[in-house]
Each structure stands twice: as C-alpha cells, then as structure tokens.
Design a protein around this ligand. Sequence first.
Ligand code: MN
Length: 199
Amino acid sequence: MKPLKKIELPPLPYKYNALEPVISQKIMELHHDKHHLAYVKGANTALEKLVKARKGELEIDVKALLRDLSFHMNGHLLHSLFWNNMQPPQDDNLPGGLVGDLINKSFGSFEAFKREFSGAAKTVEGVGWAILAVDDEDNLYVVQIEKHNLMHIATLKPLLVLDVWEHAYYLDYLNNRARYVEEWWKVVNWDDVDKNLQR
Ligand code: MN
C-alpha cells in the first residue's frame, strides 16, 4: 500500500506586511499561521484515519471522513494557490502573456472579466471563494466555491483564486466585502496566474 504523504504548511512567498495597505500584516499572520495551518493539520488527521481504516485498525464513517478530508485538503490547496496569486500592490495591474490573451478571447475584455470575477466574489453565499479556472480545451470559467469544498468540477484547473471568508478581510474592511474585492485587484500576481496556465 502506497503511504499517504504528510501535508506541510508552505511559507509565504513574501513578508507578512508585503501586501499592505490592501491586506494588513495582522490579517496575513492570522490567516497563514492560524487558519491555513488548521487546514493542514485537519487534512493530516483525516489522512491518518484513512490509513488506519485501510489497514483495518479503525472503523470510520466514510462519508463524514471524506467530507472532512475534502474540506481541509481543499482549504490547504486553495490557500497555497492564493498566497502565490498575490504580490505587493501595483499601479495599473493588468494581465499579460498567455493569460492576458486568453482572458480577452474568453471574456471580450479585461473589464468584462473583472466584472464577472468581482461579481462572483461579492456574492458567494456565506463563506467561500471566487476562482478563475481553465478546462482541457483552454476555455476559461469563473466559478464560486462555498466553504472550501462544495464543488469539484471534474477537469477545471484553478488559475486565480480569491478568499472571501471573513477571516480574509474583516479586520481591515469589516463587513465591506465589496471594497476588499475591489482593492484586491492591486495585489494580483499576473505572472503567477500565467505560470499556472502554462503548466
Ligand atoms: Mn482563508
């Protein structure tokens, strides 16, 4: 039996204060060191239980455990993408390269894409994410995820993700999620999005 790999918390690709004033150091410390770490721990606990169950050492509620695993695993994967999707604030932050071309082809213009993605981010019910994803034939889609795991669209691959759980913005923006979303465009790392597309 192939052993399941233990998940580790990846370090941030920049300093905790690098995204200020769009996202404060305090939020980044809590978000990365507490929230993301909790998803890593939760995923590892679920994986350990699965390994024991496969060996017949533990009786599990399969449905509940798989839900727990997808919640924590997707929480970990989405946050890992999210950190890399950002960089210090830029003026006129527009996508170039392949992803810039593909956005223009798929949405007609960057403005139309931004409207659709921001609309998705502002209207996720409760807590969740807005995501730009690509399918096997280079079609781009904007999708919403409630919590971390109420999706799994077979072949869609996420390129750019935005966390709209309250822990991602409340300390800076209180209940004004819309303003957080608008400010967030300044810290998008389009080179990273382009790299995800080319991979
Ligand atoms: Mn989060």
